[in-house]
Design a protein. Structure first.
Length: 315
């Protein structure tokens, strides 16, 4: 009878192991975080009807598992929210087994939406973009250090390192472009996003690779996933300033410069920006609003499968 009950599964992911808890049966197991362990996990899960599999975003540790579970209903939870849920439930202890149980109960209680899984090609693109971001950080650091050099030998070495980084960036960019072009679905998403005035190729690369959910969200979900949804602070008659938090920091970084460009050259968003400034909003607040508009617009356009057109774009 137990096996006929739909299960919500929590998985606590570490570098070496996967601690798994099935709710409501209370069954728990540990598997190696390896290709063999992933196959064993899937075989173990086959005894039930699975409603959701919940896990936390853990960077490199969760990506291969995510690919292995592509055909199952997975939800990726924010670690900070999961910890707050545990505290609200009165669970102060923290072990891998406890965390797996908390994730299962959180997913059962909150019923987070099941979103499209990252495809192998998107995962590959995300890895390339992460590497590119690292190269850019290295380049900026070396450029800053080079400004204070006086020894000719060091100047030559730093110049050589910068040239090498530039070559590596070019190689990564070519690989990203080839990967997108080879997948018609990704190429179409990229075309739609980059059609928005103000959004360049690099920003489109980032959104295609790291926001596979675009096109399957409502506007509030799209803004929240990017960490651009305003969080209100109000109690009684007191009202504080709203702020943004959480979400995907890489997406926010990618949208900042496009928002600045859109404030000048995107006719839809230029008017919005000016209205906010005229209303007394600080420029930074106005820019964040445009960042939110851009990700919501990209989501709406992908959902409608159409390119951006001035005066017709979604607000």
């Amino acid at each position: 009878m137990e096996n006929s009950l739909p299960q919500t599964v929590g998985i606590d992911i570490s570098k070496a192991t996967l601690d798994v808890f099935a709710h409501p049966t209370g069954c728990e197991r540990q598997f190696p975080n390896s290709a063999k362990g992933h196959k064993e996990l899937i075989s173990w899960l086959a005894q039930w009807q699975i409603e959701r599999i919940a896990y936390e975003a853990t960077g490199a540790y969760h990506r291969q598992l995510e690919q292995a579970l592509t055909d199952l209903p997975c939800v990726k939870l924010n670690p900070a929210r999961a910890r707050r849920f545990a505290q609200a439930a009165g669970t102060l202890a923290k072990t891998d087994k406890i965390d797996a149980a908390i994730l299962a109960r959180m997913a059962t209680t909150l019923q987070p939406p099941i979103r499209p899984a990252t495809t192998p090609q998107q995962a590959r693109l995300a890895e390339l973009i992460s590497a590119r971001d690292g190269l850019i950080r290295d380049k900026i650091a070396i450029q800053n250090q080079a400004k204070n050099l006086t020894v000719p030998l060091l100047k030559r070495q730093y110049k050589h390192r910068l040239a090498q980084i530039d070559r590596h960036i070019g190689q990564v960019d070519a690989e990203i472009a080839a990967g997108i072009a080879a997948d018609p679905a990704l190429a179409r998403r990229h075309q739609i996003i980059s059609s928005i005035a103000g959004v360049g190729i690099r920003t489109a690369d980032q959104l295609v690779a790291t926001m596979p959910e675009l096109g399957a969200l409502d506007p509030k979900q799209a803004a929240s996933l990017a960490g651009l949804a305003p969080v209100a602070r109000q109690s009684g008659q007191w009202k504080g300033r709203s702020f943004i938090q959480g979400g995907r920091a890489n997406v926010r970084r990618a949208l900042y410069m496009p928002a600045l460009v859109a404030a000048r050259y995107n006719p839809d968003l230029k008017a919005k920006y000016q209205n906010l400034i005229d209303a007394g909003k600080p420029p930074k607040v106005a820019v964040v609003t445009l960042m939110r508009k851009l990700v919501v617009m990209a989501n709406a356009l992908i959902k409608a499968d159409r390119l951006w057109v001035a005066d017709r774009a979604c607000a």
